[in-house]
Design a binder for this molecule. Sequence first.
Ligand SMILES: [Zn+2]
Length: 151
Amino acid sequence: MTCVRDDTATTARVKELLTSGVVSECFYAHRPQDRPCCEGLGVVRYGPTTLCADCDRRRSAVGKGMSPVRLPDPGALLEVLTARDTCRQAELALRHAVSSARGAGHAWSALGAVLGTTRQAAQQRFNEPAVADLSTADHLDNVRWSARTRR
Ligand SMILES: [Zn+2]
């Protein structure tokens, strides 16, 4: 059987949704021998049993005689996570570009102008590396260093 497998990033987002508890897991999520194409995220419930879209299509005896209860589309939450990750990547790319521009000798006033903000706002936003890029100790060192160099 051939399944259309999602990329690694999508697999990670599916795990994140399941771990968060906001989406129910498919009954077959941990039974790849039974349902190798299980998508993991529940879209319908038959009594106590939750199924993903693929397992629902292949359903035979599960939930027989029960009315299906449609769950909110977990794909919509996956889209939110994808957009969030895109924003994070864009933020990193912007920080890198600003850093390169500074390295090339452009003034904060020029960066403020192209970013549609003030010199001061651009400097405050980009003068420090993203917190996520640094350990807490590195971040504190950088904050102290930035405070000294701003004077
Ligand atoms: Zn499934």
